[in-house]
Design a protein around this ligand. Structure first.
Ligand SMILES: [Zn+2]
Length: 487
């Protein structure tokens, strides 16, 4: 792809000029806007959606507030960085550490609450969002949209009712696993560990979870899962899936990353792969250095010693936020990879899966190392700049920045509506079912309830009326059938 340079520049500048004309608050003239490079105009006019940040742990465990503009070493996201990077929407990760065994759901609830608390404290700057339309609406109001995704299917505690409750609380995606295999789906994180009981992908319950997510309109997220879980989820899911924060395995050989075959499978499913920025997932040299077994042993020993020293009096686990500084310090010994490595992943996925199937899933506030130049959300414009320099058109850059994710989300929402309608149709009363109930002497009152609640899928023809009359059916029931909605 070649830069469309001047044409794009002209188009973007003229649309910028129009926008400024409409908004009297803008004092800039079209002449001064000419100084804005084309890539910056593209970036600033885009709706940018990132699908993975671990900031809720900071909200909950560090009492961090988005209005505190902390150094990049402490955190990747706050209002200052959001504004500078023009980040429009973030899926905040509801990550439940496996150490919280016995209270996974409670921990998830606390993290969910922490996101709502931020929105409640800052209604002028941000708003909660639950649909693609909500994201667009918030963007029009110049507000940062906060969404939530559960990281780790163990959070539902093997209970479909909890899955539905999480949806009701606003959770819009769930990774089927985190790095731990759960009772119904295998993870890439421990697939080689013979001590872990695996399922060859997913159990029947796991497949039902995917089906129920489709019906609810919760995006099935295949980041972290094993390859077998990935392919099975794609077979079962009727809606597009996403990888909320995964990169290319062809470029960086980590099992968390996706093979080219998997990328093509997501494209066929109309899903999106959101690229993870973590240095060890985007740079093979960094991965090899950081995954040195001896070095990892040292890190783990330091973490264990800290956890022992700082054990909580009530026996609750020491959360990651408390010892993250150890891992960050440890990671500093490995040189950060160049920004090019990250851009290579976006480019590779765009070429293999297609430019409609790639997006951004930073993993901000969840990783110990980022490529050079990307210190926080404030540096997002550098990604647009690099893509522009590689010849990506304005349209394609904006697809990567957010349009693709919006499309997939809309598709998930439409699939849920269709599945819910089909379910309703399946629930409507057939003439045979009604006859059976009357034959079984079900009370008139109950019959009326069932007819009103579910509707009927037949017309009350004279012949049917006669048959029901012969069974001594109450006239009120016949009346109700006549009025019931045919679904
Ligand atoms: Zn993750």
């Amino acid at each position: 792809m070649k830069p469309l340079g001047s044409l794009v520049c002209l188009l973007v500048l003229s649309s910028l000029a129009l926008a400024q004309h409409k908004n009297p608050a803008h004092k800039k003239t079209a002449a001064s806007a000419k100084a804005v490079p084309a890539w910056e105009a593209i970036h600033q006019s885009a709706l940018i959606i990132d699908t993975h940040a671990d900031t809720p742990q900071r909200f909950l465990d560090e009492n961090f507030d988005l209005s505190q503009n902390t150094p990049v070493n402490d955190g990747h996201i706050d209002f200052g960085k959001i504004k500078k990077g023009n980040l429009g929407a973030e899926f905040f990760s509801i990550w439940v550490e496996p150490e919280f065994k016995g209270r996974y759901a409670a921990r998830a609830m606390d993290l969910i609450d922490s996101v709502y608390q931020q929105a409640a404290r800052h209604p002028e700057q941000m708003s909660m969002a639950f649909t693609a339309d909500d994201i667009v609406r918030a963007h029009r109001q110049h507000k940062f949209a906060a969404l939530m995704g559960i990281e780790g299917g163990h959070a539902i505690e093997n209970d479909m009712r909890l899955l539905r409750d999480f949806y009701r609380l606003g959770v819009r995606y769930m990774t089927l696993t985190w790095s731990n295999t759960n009772d119904w789906a295998d993870s890439s994180g421990d697939i080689q560990d013979p001590k872990v009981k695996h399922h060859n992908g997913m159990t029947d319950f796991g497949k039902d979870v995917v089906r129920e997510m489709n019906r609810l309109g919760m995006i099935v997220d295949i980041s972290h899962v094993s390859d077998a879980t990935f392919y099975q989820a794609l077979l079962v899911s009727q809606a597009p899936v996403i990888a909320s924060h995964s990169s290319s395995r062809d470029l960086t050989n980590h099992p968390r990353n996706m093979t080219d075959d998997m990328l093509r499978a997501v494209a066929r499913n109309n899903g999106v792969v959101m690229v993870n920025y973590y240095s060890a997932f985007v740079d093979e040299d960094y991965r090899k250095a950081a995954y040195d077994p001896e070095k990892m042993k040292q890190r783990d020993a330091q973490v264990e010693a800290f956890k022992k020293q700082h054990a909580h009096a009530d026996g609750s686990p020491v959360p990651y936020a408390e010892y993250a500084f150890i891992e960050k310090k440890w990671a500093e010994q490995f040189p950060r990879p160049p920004l090019k490595s990250l851009i290579d992943h976006i480019d590779h996925i765009a070429k293999v899966a297609g430019v409609d199937h790639v997006g951004l899933g930073s993993d901000f506030d969840g990783v110990t190392s980022l490529p050079q130049g990307i210190d926080s959300a404030a540096d997002l414009p550098k990604i647009s700049e690099a893509l522009y320099q590689r010849g990506y058109s304005a349209e394609n850059i904006q697809k990567i920045l957010g349009v693709n994710l919006l499309r997939a989300m809309r598709d998930v929402e439409a699939t849920a509506r269709r599945l819910q309608t089909e379910r309703k149709e399946a629930d409507t009363l057939s003439f045979e079912e009604l006859e059976l109930m009357i034959g079984n002497r079900v009370t008139t009152e109950h019959l009326l309830d069932v007819i009103r609640e579910h509707g009927v899928n037949f017309d009350l023809t004279p012949e049917r009326r006669t048959r029901l009359k012969a069974e001594k059916t109450d006239d009120m029931v016949l009346d109700a059938i006549g009025k019931a909605k045919k679904r």
